[in-house]
Every structure is written in C-alpha cells, then in structure tokens.
Design a protein around this ligand. Structure first.
Ligand SMILES: [Zn+2]
Length: 480
C-alpha cells in the first residue's frame, strides 16, 4: 500500500509593535530580564488589558496579504491553562471568531504553483520565557516576552511533502518581511513554526491521526523533522500499530522526532470570551485604509523586474528575495546604472562581501548611489572591471565614494594608445620564447602576453586597447 502525507502548518509570528499587545511595556528583545514589565503583563489581579491598535492594523495587513476575509466583528477569548510562564493562568487569544479567515497563498514548489489555503490568522499574547540551566539546577522566568503581540497563522492540511512545507514557510516569511510587520528572526523566537503531520493511503479522503511537531529551530529543521515523521508513521501503520495523537519534539543531533506529551483538545482549555476587552469592529473604511498601505508583493515585484529590467527569472528571484534587496537594486538603477550590470554587481560582488561580513543589505556600507557611480566609471573607461573590484573593497571598508578612491590612488585606466603601446613593445621584447610560440601558431600564448602587459601596467592599461595593440605589434613584427 502506498501512503501520502497530509500536512498543515501553524506559524506564530511576533508582530513588531513598539509596545506589548495589552499594555504599554516595550517589546525590546535585548532588554535585561524582567525590566519590560507592569501589573498587566505580570498578570496581577485587577490589572486591565487595553488592545494595541497597531497590532490590530498589522494583523489586518497580514490577513489582506494572505487573501483572507477580515471579520467585521471579532473578539478576544481566554484560553485557560496553567504553566509557569503564564502568570494569569490563561492566555488572551481568539477562539471561534478570528480576525482573519478563509485566505490563501500561492507558493512555487518544484517549478509549479501550489495554492495553500489559510484557515485563519488570529491575535494573541506571547507567554513569558522559561530558562532552565541544567548545570546549575535552576530555572528562571523572564516576563519581558509576556504580552508581546503574537499572530498565529494556520493553514488547511493542503501541504503534501516536507519540501512543500519548507517552500510555504519561505514564502510566508518573505511576505511578512515585505509587509514589515516582523523581523521573523527564528533565533530570537520571532517566528516559530509547528507542523501537523498525518499519513493516509493514496486515494483515501479520510484524514489519519495527526501528530504535532513543535520547537524546531529552523526551516530546514522543520523539513527534516516532517520527512522523518512521515517515514515513522508509515512504518508504524505497516507494522500493524496505531498513531497516537501527541506533540512531538525534534532532536536535530539524532535526526528523530520524539514523544513529548499527549495533545490537548480545544475543550481542555475552557475557552470563554475575555470580559475585560471590548469586541473588535473593523468597518469597510478602516479595512480600505489599511489595504492602501500594502506594499507591492514579492511575486508581483519579481514579475515586474523581468519585464521592466529584462532580467532572467533567476536574477529577478534573487533580487526580490527581500524588500531591502529589491529597494537597493531599484535605487541603483534609478541613479543611471545599467539594469543588468547593476544586477550582477549587487548579486555577486556586493552580496559576496555582505555575506562575508554577515551584514544585511539594509546595512550595506556601499550606498546605491556610490555603486551606480562605480558602474559609471567602468562604463566610461575610467577604470577596468578588475580595478573596480579593488575600489569596491575600499568602498565596503570605509564607505567612501569611488571617484575619490580612483583620484587619490591614481587608479584611472591608461587609455592613451602611445603609453599602452610602449608597454606592449617592452613585453614583446622581454618574452621572446612566448612570442615565437605565438607566431608558430600557438594562440593560447596570447592570453599570457596580455596578462604580462596588464601586470606591467599594474592593472591600469585599458584591456580592449591592450588586445588591439598586442595583436598589431605581434603581426607587424612577424611580417618584418
Ligand atoms: Zn506590561
């Protein structure tokens, strides 16, 4: 019997509001433990929550970007459970009336477009953070995270492979970053992904018992964990066992999932409407105003880059990976740089240096303006492409502009035919063996001689001129 996987994803994303969702405390991740706290987010009896408007608007932005319907009327609910990181003994979340519902996102998977339906996106508060130091035998709770705005995005079980889950997460993260609603930093926990995985015989429309994989630190980890879990479930069923509904963790070192606890059902939480908060009413007018703030989405921008700038699909994909990258590119082109040359310089030379320095392009020491100037200096023959890479190194190191570097270091290319010709003749004189080989028909030696001329001019001779003059000199002396 053949099996197929049925996968749904739940993503928790911390929304980048400056203050928490129900109080005015800062959401700064780097503050010392338990300094961003007040009676509300410490869960003191009698403290009253007030909903953060920015959180609601950013959640609606996400909902609209995910083609969701926005509820005209929704509410917050109490989800009751006890845990040391939850001082109130309940989490304020949304139960039966989420803010956003019935959406979808198209993803590219294996060269084809797949539509993943979005069940819902609802607002809630993050919990505090427990830290356990096994060596010291101590546990601590940091309430800075308690009450940080959290949006939970849930898909229908439309995903069929671990790879597709990875592609979904990548597309979702890209969209959230374009919307500028979260930094999506997985190491700091701003984005957390959980997968619900079940298997069933191919052709069946019944859903198998699912397990939930939690606490995986990266998208590639999620992909590996799902792959493992699918194989495990198929093996259990083939050997006559049954799948238990449970939460499973992922051990990246051993490459296995393991049982953590039996999964709770919704009724275990005794949800009821939060009595301390008013309902959330979103009228047509408010929704329209938020819709107008939406940026161009990654897929649209990718298509436009292909038609407007004549880029390949691959280049357009790389350059629209992040909004900052796409903005940098368009800014460089708008300052007069050739569209294809700008693409190459950004994707290869600049990105290489950024990766090495572990910097995002939004913090690039080289500005779009200076990069456009550098490309112009190559185009007008002032410097060669090779020298330009050295100039870029200095621009990257100290943020200086290319004109100043070229002027101060005397890097201008030698385009004077007389000056280049004298170097060419000198090289021909000093390399009689290679010249003889060339004249005997060994064309490959030509590149060596070009290299010698470039070296003798310390890389400053105009390469096109060197080619022409070297051929001329070799031929005329050959005739003589
Ligand atoms: Zn607070």
């Amino acid at each position: 019997m053949e099996f197929e996987a049925v996968i749904g994803m739940e993503v928790h994303v911390e929304i980048n509001s400056r203050s928490k969702v129900f109080c005015a405390c800062s959401t700064d991740f780097h503050a010392p433990p338990n300094t961003n706290v007040c009676p509300v987010c410490l869960g003191m009896p009698g403290a009253l929550p007030v909903l953060n408007r920015d959180m609601v608007e950013k959640s609606i932005m996400v909902g609209l970007a995910l083609n969701c319907q926005i509820s005209r009327w929704s509410k917050m609910d109490r989800k009751n459970y006890f845990y040391p990181d939850l001082a109130k003994n309940y989490q304020i979340s949304q139960y039966d009336l989420p803010l956003c519902h019935h959406g979808w996102i198209d993803i590219e998977a294996d060269g084809e477009t797949r539509r993943i339906r979005i069940t819902r996106a609802h607002m809630e508060e993050d919990t505090a953070r427990n830290t356990h130091t096994i060596a010291g035998g101590l546990s601590g709770v940091d309430f800075n995270r308690s009450g940080v705005p959290l949006l939970e995005i849930v898909t229908e079980p439309d995903i069929r492979s671990a790879r597709e889950a990875y592609d979904y997460l990548t597309a979702l993260k890209q969209l959230l970053q374009y919307l500028d609603v979260s930094d999506c930093n997985m190491e700091e926990g701003s984005l957390r992904a959980e997968a619900n995985v079940s298997v069933r015989p191919v052709g069946s429309d019944r859903l198998g018992t699912k397990t939930e994989i939690k606490n995986v630190a990266s998208f590639s980890g999620v992909q590996k964990a799902i792959d493992y879990e699918i194989r495990r479930q198929v093996e259990v069923i083939r050997s006559g066992g049954t799948i238990i509904q449970e939460t499973r963790g992922w051990d990246p070192d051993r490459g296995i999932t393991f049982s953590q606890r039996a999964k709770e059902s919704a009724h275990d939480y005794r949800y009821f409407p939060e009595p301390d908060l008013v309902p959330i009413v979103v009228d047509e007018d408010w929704e329209q105003r938020i819709r107008q703030r939406l940026p161009e989405f990654p897929a649209d921008r990718r298509k436009r880059f292909i038609t407007q700038y004549g880029l390949s699909a691959y280049d357009a994909g790389v350059l629209t990976q992040t909004r900052a990258m796409a903005d940098f590119y368009e800014s460089t082109v708008s300052r007069g740089a050739d569209a294809k040359k700008a693409a190459n310089w950004i994707m290869v030379e600049l990105q290489g240096r950024l990766t090495e320095a572990n910097l995002d392009i939004s913090r690039s020491p080289v500005s779009p303006d200076n990069l456009a100037r550098l490309i112009a200096l190559i185009d007008d023959g002032t410097i060669s492409g090779k020298i330009a890479k050295d100039v870029l190194n200095q621009m990257f190191a100290d943020g200086s502009d290319p004109d100043t570097i070229v002027r101060e270091k005397g890097l201008s290319q030698i385009s004077d035919a007389g000056a280049v010709e004298s170097v060419v003749r000198e090289v021909v004189r000093n390399n009689p063996d290679q010249v003889a080989q060339f004249r005997a028909g060994k064309e490959k030696v030509f590149a060596f001689l070009v290299g010698q001329v470039m070296k003798a001019s310390r890389g400053k001779a105009n390469p096109a001129l060197v080619n022409d003059l070297l051929r001329k000199v070799l031929n005329e002396e050959g005739d003589a």
